[in-house]
Every structure is written in structure tokens, then in C-alpha cells.
Ligand binder design. Structure first.
Ligand SMILES: [Zn+2]
Length: 376
């Protein structure tokens, strides 16, 4: 999402990444603090002082977001749920949970940990501001601490809005789940609330924009769109996971895949395979064992006048991990592998033998039928 992320550091065993969009947020925050908020709150200081305050405020926000996400991640880890890491991006932070919680209680504590952490941090910053004031520290330094106290309170309140996948939405889902015992329906309702809240923000954004608050309006509009999209996506993700749960790749693969014997000449490959099948890549086999793959691009690297005497086996390339999957692998993991590697076909193997082909279209068709059956 939003393109490239880069690694920053590891803390408590979690990898912290920042998305390129976070840089935009960092600049925007620094600028709006230094050019607008602080000059308004503490008039009469030098511009360089305002920029320094803006920078400290931005770093404080970074720390606050990280603290919030770390608390989610620590609780998740305590319940044995794998966390992929923490990514900061345009709209804040995200702890990447790699599995859904198994019980409503786990979900509740994992979700509420973030807002609790933010409230605690808000208290610490406010207290620091009050103590600094009492000690006679210049007003504008105490003021930055006061601002961070306010920001953390805002983070806690905003995240507690009951729309999935925000923290409040997760708490709401945990409650519904506990009450109904049905995780899918609980997620559906929490997701609908999230979509509704997203649309409300979009409407507020448009209203704001039309009333002359261009930047604020745009901001709410974008956050609303993002929340709505995330709410839809997280429900769909769950439905997919539930549908494929416990299924292996074997169930969805097409057996008898088109494979190219390694002693085929490139000319034969072009005539008999490339022209007849609309595949991007073709597995190459020798005695049933997977040797690698070949493709149109691969053929193009070989001079045309040698096609009749060059064997496919001599020019094929090795498959990377991303393009093969074991027949007994979990179907959910195979789907995620396809999404990560952006490939719509995986070669299914059993040891070093090719036994089938997993095609994204077949998986999606299964999910589609399953979803329609469940609606009725
Ligand atoms: Zn949170």
C-alpha cells in the first residue's frame, strides 16, 4: 500500500519501517507546527526557534505513534500471535498482525492496548508540561510537551471510534463476537460501521472543503476514504481466510499441467507451446522432475537461427521460491504468496516433481461461489 517502505530499526524484536508517505506526513506536520500552530500559541519568537519546535514536535509524534503500535504488538506477541513488524505511513501507524486472534478476549486486550498506551503517554507529557512550567522552564519548551500530550489524547480518542479495523472497531467486534459467538458476522457488522464512519469523514471533508478549509477538508476526505477501504478489505480478507481455512493447495490445483520436456528444441517450443497456450511461463521438466521454467522472454535472448538446435533445458531458468508451492501447503498461504509475488500461477510440486498448477482465477472462482452461497 502507498508504495515503498524502508527499514528504520528494530525495537523489542519488531522491525520498524516507514512508508515513503510518512515522509510527506513528517514534512506536513513540521511545517504546520512551525509555520502556523506554534507562532500562534507562542508569539514573538525567532523563526528558527519555531522550526526547532516543529521538528521536536514531529519527532515526538513519531515516538507517540510507535509507542501506540508497540503496545498492540507486545500484547499480540504475549498471546502468541505473530506480528510482521510496525509500519508508519501517511495516516499513522500499523502493527502488522499475521494471524487473526482466536478468542474475543485476545482481540479485546490487543485492541485496547494501543489507546491505553496513548492515554498514559498523554498523561506523562501533560505532567511534564506542568512540572516544566512550575520550574520556570520557558513557556514554549513546556508548550511542545503540552502539544504532545494533546496529540496523544487525540490519537487515543480517534482510534477508539468503533469502525473496524480501527482499535475501537476491534473492541466492538470483540464484544459482538463474545455475545454472538460468530466471528464472521461480528466482523461484518464492525466492518459496516467502519465503512459508515469512513463515509461520514468523507462527507465532513467535502463540507469543510466547500466552507473554505481546503487543507483540513482534503485531509478528512482522504482519511475517510482510507478508513472505508480498509474496512471493506479487512472483512473480505477474513471471509477469504475462513473459506480457505484447513484446505490444501492440492484441492484447487489443476492436475496435468502443461510442462515442456527439457529436450524440446526452442523452435518446437515456440510452435507447439508458445503459440497454443496463453501462459507467461512454462515449467520445464526432465523425467517428470522440475528443472526450471522458460518463457517468451527467455526465447528472445537466444539468436533465432539457433532455435532449431538449442534445447529448452539448456536455456531455462531456475524457479524462485515465489513461483512454486508444495501440494500439501496451506491454501491461504499460497494465496498470500501469489499476492506478494504478484503472480497469478504457481507450479505445484511434490518434492521435485511437478504435479499441478495453482491458478489464481480458480481460487477466486471458488471464493466467489462460496460467498454467494453464504449470502443466501
Ligand atoms: Zn491502535
Amino acid at each position: 500500500m502507498f508504495g515503498e517502505s524502508f527499514r528504520l530499526f528494530r525495537v523489542l524484536g519488531f522491525e520498524v519501517r516507514a512508508n515513503v508517505s510518512w515522509l510527506f506526513l513528517a514534512l506536513l506536520i513540521t511545517w504546520s507546527l512551525a509555520a502556523a500552530l506554534f507562532p500562534f500559541a507562542f508569539p514573538g519568537l525567532a523563526p528558527s526557534t519555531y522550526w526547532l519546535m516543529g521538528l521536536v514536535g514531529m519527532l515526538g509524534l513519531f515516538f507517540s505513534l510507535l509507542f501506540h503500535e508497540l503496545s498492540h504488538s507486545l500484547v499480540a506477541r504475549a498471546y502468541g500471535l505473530p506480528v510482521g513488524g510496525i509500519t508508519l505511513f501517511l495516516f499513522g501507524g500499523m502493527a502488522e498482525l499475521q494471524a487473526e486472534p482466536k478468542r474475543p478476549g485476545e482481540e479485546f486486550w490487543m485492541a485496547i492496548a494501543g489507546p491505553i498506551a496513548s492515554v498514559i503517554l498523554a498523561g506523562v507529557f501533560y505532567l511534564a508540561a506542568v512540572v516544566m512550567m512550575a520550574l520556570g522552564v520557558p513557556q514554549h519548551i513546556a508548550g511542545v510537551a503540552g502539544y504532545l500530550g494533546f496529540i496523544n489524547l487525540l490519537l487515543a480518542v480517534f482510534n477508539m471510534v468503533p469502525g473496524f479495523p480501527m482499535d475501537g472497531g476491534r473492541v466492538f467486534r470483540a464484544a459482538l463476537w463474545r455475545w454472538s459467538g460468530d466471528m464472521r458476522r461480528a466482523t461484518l457488522w464492525a466492518s459496516r460501521l467502519g465503512q459508515g464512519f469512513g463515509l461520514l469523514l468523507v462527507a465532513l471533508g467535502i463540507y469543510s472543503f466547500l466552507s473554505g478549509n481546503f487543507i483540513g477538508g482534503m485531509w478528512w476526505f482522504l482519511i475517510g476514504l482510507f478508513i472505508r477501504g480498509a474496512a471493506i478489505a479487512s472483512y473480505q480478507h477474513l471471509v477469504t481466510q475462513l473459506a480457505l481455512k484447513g484446505q490444501t493447495v492440492r484441492r484447487f490445483m489443476t492436475t496435468d499441467p502443461v510442462t515442456v520436456p527439457s529436450d524440446t528444441t526452442l523452435q518446437d517450443f515456440v510452435d507447439r507451446y508458445l503459440y497454443h497456450h496463453a501462459f507467461d511461463i512454462f515449467p520445464v521438466v526432465r523425467d517428470g522432475r522440475l528443472l526450471g521454467y522458460t518463457s517468451l522472454r527467455q526465447v528472445q535472448t537466444v539468436p533465432r537461427d539457433t532455435w532449431a538446435r538449442t534445447r529448452v533445458g539448456d536455456t531455462c531458468r531456475k524457479f524462485g521460491e515465489a513461483h512454486t508451492v508444495d501440494a500439501d501447503a496451506d491454501a491461504n498461504e499460497a494465496l498470500e504468496q501469489m499476492q506478494r509475488s504478484e503472480s497469478s500461477r504457481l507450479v505445484v510440486t511434490e518434492g521435485d516433481r511437478v504435479v499441478g498448477m495453482l491458478v489464481l482465477k480458480d481460487l477466486l472462482r471458488f471464493l466467489q461461489i462460496r460467498a454467494e452461497l453464504e449470502q443466501g
